[in-house]
Design a binder for this molecule. Structure first.
Ligand code: DAH
Length: 337
């Protein structure tokens, strides 16, 4: 019997496997209910008393050898051993795919709409100097928007830097670097020193628009925004402009679209007014044109700026701003297309 065990032991030692299935067959062959080990234990009962001790020890060793062989193969399996790599028919492991963030989806959609009517995309820095964020945009020295409560100021040497509070700063950079005609949109992240809640955040996203040329009028602005709103929200949407004030535009207006959620019947999103505010706009103030080296006697232009979270909220009915930056995959997965 010792010889039989030795023979099997040699076989186990030299056994080679290329697939998981072969390992499993090996396990059944030796350790299964009707396996070799079972037969050997059955035969062990008939071994004479003087041989029993040695055969028993050899049997136990043999069992250990088989178990170790199998577990060493499993170990290799986890680490993608050659044996497993060689199995080209093995199904690939499924990786869960990511998806675009809703803010990105809407940003791309808006870019697409404006690119169709000749606007190009421009970008600027998030760390901005006082000139580009405020002064060139005609903000008076004591304007409340410069206040510590709104702006994250940075102490970087002598100069006055802050995190940009709006993407209007990019208008200034584009006008300084290019001469008209200018037709550009500038999407990007902006920062405000606000307490974080469902309705306010210390960072969010805006998209700025700028059109400078000879004879640009308020009618061009209105037509452009009408085209934009209808492309984004649907043909049936109506636009309303309310007079407003921004330091960098004159005249200025706030833009509302008819509430598409309730068809203007009144709902909690439009606060029962039937209208939703989506952006600010106006004719670029002549002071801003001069500050940026463009002659206001030759050129006119319009500008507009919208909050991307706000638009996304209207498109997807997300009512808590914090969801956008929590990275909760349960939220993000809903935007898989
Ligand atoms: N920069 C403004 C803000 O952050 C938005 C804005 C309003 C931009 C009117 C414009 C504009 O270009 O004309 O609230």
């Amino acid at each position: 019997m010792l010889e039989t065990i030795e023979r099997y032991s040699q076989e186990v030692h030299s056994a080679q496997f290329t697939t998981k299935e072969e390992v499993e067959a090996f396990r059944i062959q030796y350790l299964g209910n009707k396996g070799i080990l079972k037969d050997l234990y059955a035969a062990f009962k008939n071994v004479g008393i003087e041989e029993k001790k040695n055969v028993g020890l050899a049997l136990n060793e043999f069992k250990k050898q088989i178990e170790e062989k199998i577990s060493s193969l499993n170990f290799q399996d986890n680490r993608s051993s050659k044996a497993i790599l060689d199995d080209f028919t093995k199904p690939s492991s499924s990786e869960s795919s990511g998806s675009l963030h809703p803010i990105s989806i809407i940003t791309y959609e808006i870019i697409d709409i404006f690119e169709r009517i000749g606007f190009s995309v421009s970008e600027g820095p998030e760390v901005e100097d006082d000139w580009h964020n405020f002064s060139a945009l005609n903000f008076p020295e004591d304007h409340p928007a410069r206040d510590m409560q709104d702006t994250f100021f940075l102490s970087l040497g002598q100069s006055n830097y802050s995190l940009r509070t709006h993407t209007s700063s990019v208008q200034v950079r584009v006008m300084e670097e290019h001469s008209p005609p200018i037709r550009t949109i500038s999407p990007g992240r902006v920062y405000r020193n606000e307490a974080i809640s469902a309705r306010a955040h210390c960072f969010f996203h805006q998209l700025e628009g700028l059109y400078i040329d000879k004879d640009v009028t308020f009618a061009d602005l209105k037509q452009t925004l009408d085209y934009f709103a209808k492309s984004l929200f649907g043909k049936e949407v109506k636009l309303r402009l309310r007079p407003s004030y921004f330091p960098f535009t004159e005249p200025s207006a706030e833009v509302d679209v008819s509430c598409t959620l309730c068809a203007q019947k009144g709902c909690s999103v439009c606060k029962y007014t039937g209208w939703l505010e989506i952006m600010g706009c106006g004719m670029v103030d002549p002071n801003v044109l001069s500050s940026c080296g463009i002659d206001p006697n030759t050129y006119t232009g319009f500008a507009f700026g919208m909050g991307i979270e706000r638009i996304t909220q209207l498109k997807y009915r997300v009512n808590d701003l914090r969801l956008y930056s929590e990275n909760d995959v349960r939220f993000l997965q809903q935007f898989k297309s």
